[in-house]
Write a protein that binds this ligand. Structure first.
Ligand SMILES: *Cc1c(COP(=O)(O)O)cnc(C)c1O
Length: 461
């Protein structure tokens, strides 16, 4: 399998290249040259396997022989051995139309662990083979950072830099990053929003001198390998359904459009998905684009589902490539528009394509609290505010058979859950002493140069 950039389809890259680069030099995102379509019996066979074996088969499709069979299956086993449920992503039935896919049984209680655990092992393995080091940088809206810290701590050929928006993430989210003692982990609080953090990361990558001299690698959901590793749980969810006769909707709490884009790939591969529902909070740039065709950036509004407080939905560029008929030149032009005017427009044809596979809705904070309360009272389940956004949209729209992606454990947002149900959700036993541990935080202004200098000063040859 070869890869191209969404903004330039002439150059081809290997899986190993894009794993280490993350973002293309032209600012575009890497995508596979084509999406493998699976025959019906290949899918039936895949759906009979466990999570680890589904993962193995799908990685093989997208990474070819980048990893030896033994290495790959060892990496996969190691990645998911610490998860608190044997099925890795268990499916829970809520009623005859709705189930919840729990993606929060990993070490830092959010779905980001699923991809990050395996991604870190893939990167470490490739670096070892090439006898190279890398500096990993990521911006986090709260959960990516913790997942990255847990996955990359103490990897000896890697330094990790995490940028998070100061005072805009929950205490538990922050503590998952700041209480790790590994010397290769640098957690930096930025005086700004998530979009500011993401813009710093993008600017550092554009700085060719820096990115070459410290081997910058991106592990945000702009890294294709993360999207790839998230395809698995759509298959795993389907395999856990009792009745597989109907096409199913997936309702996905969305910020950067990464998780839901993985579902779109699963659909293109042939999994029997009806609609993918974009579920957002009041930062609903995607819902507005879906309803009007205008993709227009405005200011970020802080909400009680902070991991979705995003206005620049980076992975949407990958879908855009499909919507414009795979013409990288048109993607490039639209991204120039976005850079200059903070907006671009989808024409009717592109919009019709968007609407063929997706739906989009949003929920406000008071509705979200209400849903946490309702689900607790009626089903005795405590859900986190991100999951509640998706659940609320299902209750409002009453879609046919649907799976809600539960992207975080409620204990990651204890204050919000307490506000809804009058009680604090408990941390899993393994994370029990999180509040007692000491924190380490580096503070920086929202200035590219400050971060650049810090990385250069800390680079170890
Ligand atoms: C990251 C995150 C999201 C949004 O995922 P995207 O891939 O950015 O769309 C939703 N919920 C939680 C809890 C998250 O951590």
């Amino acid at each position: 399998m070869q890869y191209i950039s969404t903004r330039d389809q002439k150059h081809k890259f290997s899986f190993e290249d894009i794993l280490l680069k993350g973002l293309a030099d032209d600012g575009g995102l890497f995508i596979p040259e084509f999406i493998p379509e699976l025959a019906e019996n290949t899918i039936i066979d895949l759906l009979s396997k466990d999570y680890q074996n589904i993962t193995f088969e799908i990685v093989k499709l997208f990474a070819g022989d980048t990893f030896e069979v033994k290495t790959l299956s060892q990496m996969i086993d190691d990645s998911y051995s610490t998860f608190r449920d044997e099925r890795v992503t268990p499916l829970k039935n809520i009623n005859d139309k709705t189930s919840i896919l729990e993606l929060h049984h990993g070490p830092t209680l959010a779905f980001k662990d699923l991809a990050m655990q395996l991604l870190s092992r893939m990167i470490e393995h490739v670096l070892d083979r090439k006898k190279k080091r890398a500096s990993i940088i990521c911006a986090t809206s709260g959960d990516t950072g913790g997942a990255a810290v847990s996955a990359f701590a103490n990897k000896n050929n890697i330094d990790l830099y995490v940028l998070f928006p100061r005072n805009r993430i929950s205490e538990v989210q922050r503590r998952f990053m700041t209480t790790n003692e590994a010397a290769n982990v640098h957690v930096i609080s930025i005086d700004g929003t998530f979009d500011d953090c993401q813009n710093i990361v993008k600017a550092l990558f554009k700085d060719k001198n820096l990115s070459d001299s410290v081997q910058l690698t991106a592990v945000n959901s702009i890294n294709w390998a993360r999207i790839m590793i998230q395809i698995m749980y759509y298959f795993s969810a389907y395999s856990q359904l009792n009745d597989k006769s109907d096409k199913i909707n997936f309702i996905v709490p969305t910020g950067n459009f990464g998780d839901i884009f993985a579902g779109y790939i699963a659909k293109k591969m042939g999994l029997s998905i009806n609609k993918l529902v974009i579920a957002t909070n009041k930062n609903n740039i995607l819902e507005k684009c879906f309803k009007s065709g205008d993709y227009e950036i405005s200011g970020v509004i802080p909400t009680i589902s902070p991991s979705m407080d995003i206005q620049i939905s980076s992975n949407f560029e990958r879908l855009l490539f499909d919507l414009v008929g795979g013409e990288s030149k048109i993607v490039y032009e639209k991204m120039v528009d976005l850079g200059n005017h903070n907006k671009f427009k989808l024409d009717n044809n592109q919009l019709a394509k968007f609407r063929a596979s997706f739906e989009a809705e949003s929920l406000d904070d008071s509705e979200t609290l209400e849903i946490i309360r309702k689900v607790y009272l009626e089903h005795n389940e405590i859900i986190d505010p991100h999951t509640a956004v998706a659940m609320g949209i299902q209750l409002k729209k009453n879609y046919d058979k649907s799976i809600i992606l539960s992207t975080a454990h409620p204990a990651k947002f204890p204050e919000t859950v307490d506000k809804a149900i009058g009680k604090y959700p408990e941390l899993p036993i393994a994370n029990g002493n999180l509040y007692e541990q000491e924190e380490r935080i580096i503070s920086k202004n929202n200035k590219i140069n400050e971060i650049k200098e810090y990385i250069l000063n800390n680079y170890r040859k």
